[in-house]
Write a protein that binds this ligand. Structure first.
Ligand SMILES: [Zn+2]
Length: 353
């Protein structure tokens, strides 16, 4: 596989199907697939997954091997009313090497939102994973009143039922405030228990203001329900400020088994003030510490104003802005492939229960 980054590759439909591991006659994407990438990311390691592990996208249940061609972004915001725009953006990002994208939920989706996301997926060659759950008790996307009215058991039941009915492939993004509020604790526990029933991985949101204690508490609560933290990503770890010693926090997240979600790359938000150079440094420090298996990259992008259509980077900022910085810093191509292709596949692979 040419990794120079500028080769054009043409696949016949038959080759694409064999790459996807699809059997003849199975439901496949409707439009003719035309994979021509200006950049390609490929799996480099043996994942050692159980034989019956799958990755659940809205399009299909995939053998994780089928996602060995293309980068996966584990935390983005894909769903929207403007379906044409989303399809166009995904097509453009596929050209930059994107193979799979996870749509994070900030609340329970409406019927219309579900229909929109499914249509976007049906019209995209990029595999779309629907994640679900509740966000936070105060702030940006607050819980509906019913979350405080529901018991923890009722929440678990609803999460498990929605996950099955709507084909979720993950739980996320699950947030806590600077001080974890009682309902947030309840939601974290419910999501942890729903994971135990479904096997679906979990990704979280910690406050953009930099909150090491939030990361620790999220792991405490989720692990407290008996979850193996190798199924969990602690999110927004690139927002940890220098005075909070990012490497020490990241090491502790990894020591407990979880993934370190560096998922605000190329998407700078007001409350976080970490320059890209510091985020590159974070990756280098993690590599020096031997923690490559724990690194996940994403951009948490959902703002149409930053889409390619408006001359932004959209869902390509990791692939087109951040990866070149890693290359410039001397990070080997195999390591980049491992982080962008293999690590997210290990996260998303689960054995259906
Ligand atoms: Zn998000």
């Amino acid at each position: 596989m040419d990794r120079s980054g500028y080769s054009r590759q043409h696949y016949t439909r038959r080759e694409v199907l064999s790459l996807l591991g699809t059997t003849a006659g199975a439901a496949v994407l409707t439009p003719p697939i035309d994979l021509q990438a200006q950049q390609n990311f490929v799996g480099v390691s043996n994942l050692n997954l159980p034989n019956d592990a799958i990755i659940r996208t809205l399009q299909q249940d995939l053998d994780p091997v089928a996602l060995s061609n293309g980068a996966t972004l584990f935390h983005e915001h894909v769903g929207r009313n403007d379906i044409e725009l989303a399809v166009e953006e995904l097509r453009a990002s596929a050209f930059d090497g994107l193979g799979c994208i996870v749509d994070a939920a900030t609340g329970r989706r409406t019927t219309e939102q579900l229909r929109n996301l499914n249509e976007i997926a049906a019209r995209s060659e990029v595999q779309v994973v629907m994640a679900g759950g509740y966000f936070e008790d105060i702030g940006f996307a607050i819980y509906p009143i019913r979350v405080s009215e529901m018991s923890e058991d009722e929440l678990v039941e609803e999460l498990v039922a929605d996950a099955a009915a709507q084909r979720w492939g993950a739980f996320g993004e699950i947030a806590s405030s600077l001080e974890m509020r009682p309902d947030e604790r309840k939601v974290h526990r419910a999501v942890a228990r729903a994971h135990l029933q479904t096997g679906l991985p979990i990704f979280t949101h910690t406050p953009h203001e930099s909150c090491p204690s939030c990361a620790m508490e999220q792991m405490d609560v989720i692990e407290g329900e008996g979850v193996d933290l190798t199924n969990v990503v602690v999110g927004h770890m690139a927002t940890i400020k220098p005075e909070h010693n990012p490497l020490a926090i990241h090491r502790e997240v990894a020591r407990r088994g979880a993934f370190i979600g560096l998922d605000t790359l190329g998407h700078e938000m007001g409350r976080s003030d970490i320059p890209a150079a510091a985020k590159v440094r974070m990756v280098q420090d993690l590599l020096d510490a031997g923690l490559v298996d724990h690194i996940l990259l994403s951009s948490d992008q959902g703002n149409a104003r930053q889409f390619k259509h408006y001359y932004g980077h959209g869902w390509s900022s990791v692939l087109m802005q951040f990866v070149p910085k890693l290359r410039f810093a001397g990070v080997p191509e195999d390591t980049i492939n491992q982080i962008l292709v293999d690590n997210p596949r290990r996260l998303l692979a689960f054995v259906p229960k």
